[in-house]
Design a protein around this ligand. Sequence first.
Ligand code: RB5
Length: 144
Amino acid sequence: MIAIASDHGGYALKLEIIQHLKDRGVQVEDLGCDGERVDYPDYAEKLCKAVAAGQYERGILLCGTGIGISIAANKVHGIRAALCGDCYSAEMSRQHNDANVLCLGGRVLGPELAKKIVDTYLDTPFSFGESHSRRIAKIMALEK
Ligand code: RB5
């Protein structure tokens, strides 16, 4: 099960991504907002705490640029959030960084590119390479 959330700046693209995930047969839960003006850190916190607690496999967050919500997401312990604007970054965010949250800019990306980025992110496994695992362990040690 994937969780998705956005502020008002990412809302329109979020609806497109939800429909795309449903069309793909991916189970998705929308944690808000419903299009009203909100503060993106509140939605980053809600989704990331749930992902970190193991309630969802992974998460997708959207705001206008993807920047604010990715900064907020990476403050939550256990979260490795990747802001991606292309498919190569989405692939590497999984292979090298084992990113558990994908961030997208609703005012930056067109829907077709955003869907490809989501597909790449969801379909790419972590490499489990020794060097990548070591670096991720060092990232997580920064939380202590
Ligand atoms: C909201 O207007 C906008 O600032 C937000 O969606 C995001 O782009 C922040 O990084």
